[in-house]
Design a protein around this ligand. Sequence first.
Ligand SMILES: Cc1cc2nc3c(=O)[nH]c(=O)nc-3n(C[C@H](O)[C@H](O)[C@H](O)COP(=O)(O)OP(=O)(O)OC[C@H]3O[C@@H](n4cnc5c(N)ncnc54)[C@H](O)[C@@H]3O)c2cc1C
Length: 805
Amino acid sequence: MKSHAETVVIGGGVVGCSVIYHLTKLGMRDVVLIERSELTSGSTWHAAGGFHTLNADTNMAALQGYTIRLYRELEEITGQSCSLHHVGGITLAETPERLDFLKSARAMHRHMGLDTELIGPEEIRRLSPITNTDGVLGALYDPLDGHLDPSGTTHAYARAAQMQGAEIVLRNRVLETNPRQDGGWEVVTEQGTIVAERLVNAAGLWAREVGAMAGVYLPLHPMEHQYFATDDIAEVVDHGEELPHVMDPAGESYLRQEGRGLVIGFYEQNCIPWAVDGTRWDFGHELLDENLDRIGDSMEFAFKRYPVLAEAGIKTIINGPFTFAPDGNPLVGPVPGLRNYWSACAVMAGFSQGGGVGLTLAEWMIDGEPSRDVFAMDVARFGDYCTPSYTRLKVRENYQRRFSVSYPNEELPAARPLDTTPAYGLWKAQNAVFGDMYGMEHVNYFAPAGEEPYEIPSFRRSNAFPTVAAEVRAVREAVGINEVHNFGKYEVAGPAARDFLDTVMAGRIPAVGRLSLNPMLSPKGRIIGDFTVAQVSEDRFQVTASFGAQAYHMRWFEQRLPDAGVSLQNLSKERIGFQIAGPRAQELLQRVTRADVSTVAMPFLSVREIDVGQCRAIVQRVSYTGDRGYEIYVPWHHQVALYEVLTAVGQDLGLRPFGMRAMMSLRLDKSFGSWMREFKPDYTPLETGLDRFVAYDKDAEFIGKAAALAEREQGVSRKLCTFEVAARDADAVAWEPIWHGGEVVGYVTSGGYSHHARKSIAYGFLPLGLIEEGREVEIEILGERIPARLYSKPLFDPDNSYLRG
Ligand SMILES: Cc1cc2nc3c(=O)[nH]c(=O)nc-3n(C[C@H](O)[C@H](O)[C@H](O)COP(=O)(O)OP(=O)(O)OC[C@H]3O[C@@H](n4cnc5c(N)ncnc54)[C@H](O)[C@@H]3O)c2cc1C
């Protein structure tokens, strides 16, 4: 083994091999992969080898499509067969809700260029005569589904990488990884030490242990998983051509043909986390004890769905472990808090996702950023709230829900509550229905007294609808109160704070007492944050953005922090409080402070540090509700005091608490976009209208300036628009196709119901040539094309005159 390499990858499973293939493909030559045993010695060797494109995140689905299309290329380059079987796949629907789910998946696929199709029971039987379709309403057919040989495929990646210069060292366990002063890593192995400029953890089943060598906890956990293969089955042989895969969510099973028999695997409710306290180093090419009792109910169901199974002999039973992150997507990218340390872990579907993970990581390492938004698999989408126990509970929930319908308004219950604010008990006493983000509870809405605080998951308007309407009314007609805890909050201070912010933010940095809305751009000019920057006092700024992007934003800031002159603190959990919003908000605030908060003394977009009641607070005059409002930030231990101060004098003004559902409705009245819907790394300022906040002419060479200027010069081909939709009982959520002239011309980024305007609203992209006031289009919601009309003036206070008044 050599003593130095540009990049060392730990782990020779399908993911590590894909990483070295893509690194070398993109031009990096000095790459070494170190494997403890032989290639495929973790989860990879006993995988069932199935692959599919379906994923709730469109970019993840696109990367899965990329992975599947890559296999032919690998075969051609190396001559190594992957034993590809492109047989197509069918996902059954037994309930109307599942059918709705498949319809929305189908709609999403239209603008992704995926050729899926909804089929009926007769077609299901034609494609897969061994499937009993009793009770089946329909199915989604995906021609790209198939299976391959896991070992052949891993070796094909490895060989292709070696042909491009990568070195693979086998039977050599990595024992230690020690950070060096120069930012590199000293990798101590059984065969000696190698210095790496960059390190990739692709250690699969041992990723936790390898992460711990660098002092980090990666939130993933292995689960046991069983499938079995049958002896030959006459009906399978007689069918002549290879049967398609069948996913049966009702039976929590997947089935495919293997040779002259079948393979069937289960995601059972009674599932078992494996190696809770760590994966032993001597675990190798071995299987776990089979446990057919655990899948007894699932097997019984399967015998009804596939009657041929009941008579078939079982040839082999595989019970093996593989790893998941809390939401089931991989953990990829630079690990927050470490220098030059990259994660390629928690890949639960290595043969659907491995290629996309390798490509993403290689682009990120070589080009500085991936070519698309990959937040759904970014290791920084989780934070230090993920304890091992939290992760285990969430992973178990995710495994159990592998085949569940995911509703847009659904809140998952496992491991909750975790983080709460002092106000949690106050809200609970008022019958709040909670959601969570980044481990923190927030109120979605307040259920009427006497009603169970539970929002029924649905693709259509839910039981929360009338209550949310009343909360919206309270804001627009009187004054509403809700928490500001679920913003990420950072304090940036020191003599160089302004210069630092001027470089990382694309907008103007405000003067003392003022705040500004500020996009943050990547070097390629794509949106990586939409911030509010407030200069609270000389050399001291409060910077706020999405709570869920804390690790993501801190990683970006820390990588760019100068050696001296700036202190940066993440105060997201420490600095909390409330926003009050509505026509009577100013009156309410004035009742509890001696400071003058009139519009003259405290205009729109100003910030003051004042006493509110007995609490010292940072007060920003701004509100995402689009109404006259104030965000009042206090230390966490003053939150209850602040609440009591405000509510004690607010009753006669009509003060009423409201939740996130109302907030997301209120924003629609102003055509406000939101993080990870309208504003994300797939989009640019000019496409989304954020260009009005970009200070193209400021002196600072802000990150992304050259790209933003070039974009302004060249123009864009599409823009974000707002539509009024003639929806009846289901509003647009995201990714619905937009039709015009019989063609899909764009897609929805988000939508919902404006209770104030009593209209269904959607935001989405259209090509420039089609954008004009009143343009009639159709938006496909749950399989139905609904008429929609483009409009450009916000529904509420279109010229901001009320807001500024
Ligand atoms: C029963 C079963 C069925 C499955 N079916 C499918 C399927 O149909 N389709 C699908 O896509 N996926 C399937 N999977 C999941 C799939 O196996 C995984 O997604 C995939 O194997 C993950 O690959 P990996 O490279 O991340 O990890 P691993 O395969 O675990 O590889 C990690 C490698 O790192 C090495 N390593 C660890 N620590 C060190 C160290 N300190 N030094 C050196 N080397 C080290 C290990 O020896 C190992 O070879 C299945 C899994 C199981 C268990």
